[in-house]
Design a protein. Sequence first.
Length: 221
Amino acid sequence: EYLDLFNSFQIRISDQMAPSMPVHVGHQGVRKSSVSTIHSERSVSLTTAALSPHQLGKFVVGTDSGGVLLCNLEAQVIPETVDPRTNSRYPSPVEFSLARQIGPINSVDWSKFHRNLILSCGTGPTVYIHNTLQRDLSVTLDSGKGNVFTAQFSPHYPNLVGCGTETGAIMFYNLVGSHGQFGAADSPDVTPTLVATTGGTEELAERDQAPILSLAFNTQK
């Protein structure tokens, strides 16, 4: 068997800018091209992506320049003209920029239980939990064990997040501790708690374990 190409898209530097892009599903927006926007119309490299488990066609991507972008296969923004200097010829699927971090985005994931929660991790020891309805970060998890290379929501427990670091540590966090379900209307603001960790050395200079580059939960309980 083989896969057929569904469509081709292009994500540009301008897609990572903070202002949201009001694109209506099923319609095509038009991005104007001028000399002053040549740089912003250049493509960016993608480093990671995750499909929404809640809505067909929705997905989130991370870029090599720190962008965390919410995308939709049906929301296409196309350039008004094709500029040969930027090779800007394909539509963009980006609905809006969710966040901009420092350095490449190593991993993104979409919560299986909360349709508006997305996590990302890039250069640094922090995992960011984003709410797609708000630009402000909802929660940050600081591993304290070097750069986080991978992170995922648990497919079985609504409040559990796992991550792997450059020092070989695998860490699991409860987003709300014993305060109930994350995102519930009656839940107070709480600090996530570390519930388990394996491996990893205390000092980067003394590490003797390989970095954790990929992490996956068992799909069977």
